[in-house]
Design a protein around this ligand. Structure first.
Ligand SMILES: [Zn+2]
Ligand SMILES: [Zn+2]
Length: 245
């Protein structure tokens, strides 16, 4: 009740405004209908890693990479393509402390997940940052995304189970092999897992190496099913598409 009142007062004092064009937001969200409709939704994607595929790819296709070497997670659900304006919103959240973007992006991912009608995981695990990075930034963007999803779907978030013990070089600028090597052994399970079905939450999946490494750690810790919930999926860097054969 108090919460609803607070929400009402907040809505009157700060009406939702589209972060992209400044028009009034829709349904309390900081995005207008026009801008929301023109977002690059990830409609045609690899069924395992959510890599954006051409619109001509048949439903259920796998990308070339997944055909050669399937990831250690069961599947990745990525709502949007990492293109304009998502690149702007994601980097605004990460590097300019725009936590309002975090709420918006989390809401968009939540809408996408809601329409999938699949069995929900028992636990959300945001991709951990190295402690030095977390100190520098003051927050973990993956946790900012996971919290509203946890409330929305009634799933607990675990920020203690995993730690990132090794600071890694940025994945960009490395080739495929180097990327895999760079991230290997970066994460550690600190305590036993209280769930068998887990979703890793992240802002952007680029090559998939980071979430693949994390999925491996969770599996070794006893997780039976690991999925990835990502706001965005980057298209580049992978070989051409072949339909699932
Ligand atoms: Zn707008
Ligand atoms: Zn794939």
């Amino acid at each position: 009740m108090v919460y609803n009142w607070l929400k009402t007062i907040q809505a009157l004092a700060y009406p939702a405004t589209c972060v992209l064009c400044g028009a009034p937001g829709r349904e309390g969200r900081d995005l207008c209908r026009g801008c929301q409709d023109s977002l690059p939704h990830n409609r045609h994607a690899c069924r395992l890693c959510a890599l954006p595929l051409p619109a001509t790819a048949p439903a259920g296709s796998l990308c070339g990479q997944c055909q050669q070497r399937p990831p250690r997670f069961d599947r990745c659900l990525a709502a949007l393509c990492y293109e304009h304006p998502l690149d702007h919103l994601v980097s605004g959240l990460k590097f300019r402390d725009k936590l309002v973007y975090g709420r918006l992006l989390s809401g968009l991912l939540g809408d996408f997940l809601e329409h999938r009608g699949h069995e929900l995981p028992e636990l959300l695990v945001p991709v951990p940052l190295h402690p030095s990075r977390q100190r520098e930034r003051g927050f973990n963007q993956a946790l900012e995304l996971a919290r509203p999803l946890a409330r929305r779907f009634g799933i607990p978030v675990d920020i203690r189970a995993l730690s990132r013990d090794r600071a890694t070089a940025p994945q960009s600028g490395l080739d495929k092999k180097e990327r895999r090597r760079n991230i290997r052994g970066a994460f550690r399970l600190r305590e036993g897992l209280a769930a068998r079905h887990i979703a890793i939450v992240d802002d952007v999946v680029t090559t998939g190496n980071t979430v693949d490494e994390l999925a491996g750690v969770l599996r070794r810790g006893g997780a039976a099913r690991v999925e990835v919930w990502a706001v965005t999926r980057r298209a580049g860097g992978r070989k051409a598409i072949a339909p699932d054969g």
